[in-house]
Design a protein around this ligand. Structure first.
Ligand code: NAD
Length: 468
């Protein structure tokens, strides 16, 4: 079995205890990762703290080091991508996209300005606004895009002058450990540490008194635990949590023209995307045609191991997620849902589930009300825009949403009525390093990416000088 090491104070570190990592395409273990002890975590936090003064002191050196990180990720992309595929399940081409995306994110972040601002200067006072780093930052990440979502945190946190401890999901630790290995030579010891372990490790990290901020991406339930755990110490938090995104398709669409784009907005990464379309509302006149077109695509798409060249979708990442999707589809069926395509597991081993389109389902059924995070899409019809906006917004979630229409002005106007962090028109899931991303309501607190994401890793300090 392959061995991967943690990165603590710039060095490769193993552990007495190991955790198995499963290949979701087989359901069998294929590698191990260290199970970080509390003492080792403490070492990592101390190393991160010790590295702070030198790292904070030289902004130009930080920018140069972060560019080296981008180079290192690109240089290692071909080596890390198969690891990501094997632990996560996604097709190899998508794993490569994730790695090159991570390098792009480093480069875009390095280009962001981080300058002090002169607020006022007159004969009496000089008032400056300074951006200070927070200190040691913890990044806790999920298993759907382990490398990219980590880099959304690492790059701005380091640019701002913080040091970092990354704790990946126990389902996908290896690509993050490999990232730590790839960046060891690019960054001074202690600036970027990677530790692997279970949820308990996340709890230790969250509770550690030297950690000043937790940047978390994951489920709503864990996000609430983290917010509560951060409260006694008033640690800063950014929470990027779950979604149950609605897409609203108006009757002026040509179903054939939009079906492919709609399908992939829901099924990319086997539906395991926080901002995937998770509820589809189609205006009555074109409802049958949209359902038919989506069903045809779902039947056609090639599902298989991520390592196979022709796989368009891989398995679900883990047993619990596979069971959850199966259970939600069965529950919908027992409430009268009609399965237009899929509706069942595939293959004898691994966590493969057929891309599933369901109709005759509505609010009040778990598949509609909860985040399925998998390849099963409920498609519902609506009669009026007022009615559908009420249904779309009638949830605790508020990550993304979209309006699909030939009338771009109307689409942009209706998008404003969606109660969510990002509202798209004629697309979904389009994220970029220069555009802020975050959720409202239970979908999160704070923003990532661009100057807004960078600001989340700084605090203001006012320097107010009296001249006489
Ligand atoms: P999860 O909440 O179960 O786990 C995420 C991470 O938190 C893991 O590293 C886990 O070990 C750690 N963790 C678990 N309990 C903890 C605790 N009490 N304290 C500290 N850390 C703890 O989420 P998941 O199942 O890995 O990911 C799927 C979820 O993530 C979905 O809800 C999805 O929508 C969401 N997500 C959100 C975004 C976003 O940007 N908004 C992006 C991707 C995924």
């Amino acid at each position: 079995m392959s061995q991967f090491t943690m990165t603590i104070n710039g060095a490769a570190v193993g552990s007495d205890q190991q955790l198995s990592v499963l290949d979701p395409a087989t359901g069998r273990p294929f590698a191990e990762c260290p199970d970080c002890s509390e003492a080792q975590l403490d070492q990592a936090v101390r190393a991160a703290k010790a590295a702070l003064p030198a790292w904070q002191g030289d902004a130009e050196a930080r920018r140069a080091a972060l560019l080296k990180c981008a180079d290192a990720i690109e240089a290692q992309a071909q080596a890390i991508a198969p690891v990501l595929t094997q632990e996560q399940g996604k097709p190899l081409g998508k794993a490569l996209e994730e790695l090159y995306g991570a390098a792009l994110w480093f480069r875009s972040t390095v280009a962001l300005p981080l300058e002090d601002q002169l607020l006022r200067e007159d004969e009496n006072f000089r008032v400056e606004l300074r951006r200070r780093p927070l200190g040691v930052v913890a990044g806790i990440t999920p298993w759907n895009f382990p490398v990219l979502l980590a880099v959304w945190k690492i790059a701005p946190a380091l640019l701002a002058g913080n040091t970092f401890i990354l704790k990946p999901s126990p389902y996908t630790p290896l690509s993050s450990l490999a990232l730590g290995e790839a960046l060891r030579d690019a960054l001074p010891p202690g600036v970027f540490n990677v530790v692997s372990g279970g949820d308990q490790l996340g709890r230790w990290l969250t509770a550690h008194p030297e950690v000043r901020k937790i940047s978390f991406t994951g489920s709503v339930a864990t996000g609430k635990h983290i917010a509560a755990a951060a409260a006694p110490d008033l640690k800063r938090v950014t929470l990027e949590l779950g979604g149950n995104d609605p897409a609203i398709v108006l009757a002026d669409n040509n179903p054939e023209k939009i079906a492919e784009k709609l399908f992939w907005s829901a099924f990319a990464n086997s539906g395991q995307v926080c901002v995937a379309v998770k509820r589809l509302y189609v205006e009555e006149p074109i409802f049958p045609a949209v359902v038919e077109a989506l069903g045809a695509i779902a039947e056609r798409v090639k599902v298989g191991p991520g390592s196979a060249a022709d796989s368009e979708l891989g398995p679900l990442n883990n047993r619990a997620q596979f069971d959850r999707v199966s259970e939600l589809v069965e529950d919908a069926r027992s409430h009268g849902a009609k399965v237009v395509a899929g509706g069942k597991p595939l293959a004898n081993e691994g966590y493969f589930y057929a891309p599933t389109i369901l109709t005759d389902v509505t609010e009040g059924v778990r598949l509609v009300d909860e985040e399925q995070f998998g390849p099963a899409l409920p498609v519902m019809s609506f009669k009026s825009v007022d009615e559908v906006l009420g249904r779309a917004n009638g949830t605790h979630f508020g990550l993304g949403g979209s309006i699909w229409t030939e009338d771009l002005d109307r689409g942009a106007t209706l998008a404003r009525d969606l109660d969510c962090g990002t509202a798209w028109v004629n697309q979904h899931m389009n994220l970029a390093p220069d555009v802020p991303f975050g959720g409202v309501k239970w979908s999160g607190i704070g923003y990532e990416n661009g100057p807004w994401g960078l600001a989340a890793f700084t605090e203001y300090q006012v320097i107010n000088v009296a001249k006489r």
